[in-house]
Design a protein around this ligand. Structure first.
Ligand code: CP
Ligand code: NVA
Length: 300
C-alpha cells in the first residue's frame, strides 16, 4: 500500500490490517503506552474545504506518533492562485514525508500520487471519504465484534460517504443497502461493482432499506461545495431522515452512525442523534486511531 486515494485500491487484507493496527493504537493510547513510530516525519495537510475532525485527528495523530503536521490552506498556497497541483506536489515531495489532502476533484488526488514521490492520503473529495469509512468500520467492529454478514444501511444522498461506505462495507463482508432519491444515486461504477457481489441494494424506499439493519448511517443533504443547491436539496431529501419510525424497522440493537457535522431536524432527528450519541462520538474518536494507523502504514 503506497497511498490511500480510495478504498477500492485496497485489498480486504489491507483494510483489516489498518483496522487491527487502529485497535492496537487505541488500546495503547488508553493505557498510556506511547510509540514515536513516526519520529521526525513531516505530513503536509492541504485543505481546500473546511474540516474539524480530519484536520485535528491527523494533526494530533502526527504529534502523538512523534512527527509533525503542517496545515496548508488551499487559499494561502499558490494552488489558490493557479499553480498546477502537479508542480506543487513535486516541490512538496522534496520537503515532506507525506501529504493528506481534502479537495473537490478526485483527479487532483490521483494527480498528486502520479506526480509526487511521497504517500498521498485522501482526506475527502467529492467522490469519496476513505479515512472516515476506516473509522466507521473500526467502530462497527468494536460494537458488534465482527463485520461479516452485518447489514449496513445508508440513508440520504449518494455522495462521497455513500460511495466509500458501499466499497468499505462490501469489501469487509457486509450487506449494504442504500436509500436515496432516484436522481441522487451513488457513483455508477461503484454501484455496478457492488451489484456484482450480490450484497448491495439501492432503493428509494427507506423502510425497505432499513429493515433489519445492524447499522443505520446518514450524512448531510448538501455536501461542501453544494451550497448553491441547498434549497432544491431540502425539497428532494425531506423524507430522507433517520427518525424513531425508521429506526423501529432496524434490528433492536442497531447502531446509528453519522460522519458529522450533522444537521439535526434534516437527515437525523435530535432524539435519534442524542439516543445514539455514544455510537456517533466513539465513531468520531476513532478517526484519530484510524488515521494514526493509516499514517503508520504509509509513512513508517
Ligand atoms: N467527518 C469529517 O470528515 O469531519 P470534518 O469535515 O470535520 O473533517
Ligand atoms: N458529504 C459531506 C461529508 C462531510 C464529512 C461533505 O462532503 O461535505
Amino acid at each position: 500500500m503506497k497511498h490511500l486515494l480510495k478504498l477500492s485500491d485496497l485489498s480486504t487484507e489491507e483494510i483489516f490490517g489498518i483496522l487491527n493496527l487502529a485497535d492496537q493504537l487505541k488500546y495503547e493510547r488508553k493505557n498510556n503506552i506511547r510509540h514515536h513510530l513516526l519520529e521526525g516525519k513531516k505530513l503536509g495537510m492541504i485543505f481546500q474545504k473546511s474540516s474539524t475532525r480530519t484536520r485535528v485527528s491527523f494533526e494530533v495523530g502526527m504529534y502523538e506518533l512523534g512527527g509533525h503536521a503542517l496545515f496548508l490552506s488551499g487559499r494561502d498556497l499558490q494552488i489558490g492562485r493557479g499553480e498546477p497541483i502537479k508542480d506543487t506536489v513535486r516541490v512538496l515531495s522534496r520537503y515532506l514525508d507525506g501529504i493528506m489532502i481534502r479537495t473537490f476533484a478526485q483527479q487532483d488526488v490521483e494527480d498528486l500520487a502520479a506526480y509526487g514521490s511521497i504517500p498521498i492520503i485522501n482526506g475527502l473529495t467529492d467522490y469519496c471519504h476513505p479515512c472516515q469509512v476506516l473509522a466507521d468500520l473500526m467502530t462497527i467492529r468494536e460494537y458488534k465484534g465482527s463485520l461479516k454478514g452485518l447489514k449496513l444501511c445508508f440513508v440520504g444522498d449518494g455522495n462521497n460517504m455513500a460511495n466509500s461506505l458501499i466499497v468499505g462495507g462490501l469489501k469487509t463482508g457486509m450487506e449494504v443497502s442504500v436509500a436515496c432519491p432516484d436522481d441522487y444515486r451513488p457513483d455508477p461504477d461503484i454501484l455496478a461493482r457492488g451489484f456484482a457481489t450480490g450484497r448491495l441494494t439501492v432503493t428509494s424506499d427507506l423502510k425497505a432499506a432499513a429493515k433489519d439493519a445492524d447499522v443505520l448511517y446518514t450524512d448531510v443533504w448538501a455536501s461542501m461545495g453544494q451550497e448553491g443547491e441547498k434549497a432544491e436539496r431540502e425539497k428532494v431529501f425531506r423524507s430522507y431522515c433517520i427518525d424513531g419510525d425508521l429506526l423501529s424497522v432496524a434490528k433492536p440493537d442497531a447502531m446509528v452512525l453519522h460522519c458529522l457535522p450533522a444537521h439535526r431536524g434534516e437527515e437525523i432527528t435530535d432524539e435519534v442523534f442524542e439516543a445514539h450519541a455514544n455510537d456517533i462520538f466513539d465513531e468520531a474518536e476513532n478517526r484519530l486511531h484510524a488515521q494514526k494507523a493509516v499514517l503508520v502504514k504509509l509513512l513508517k
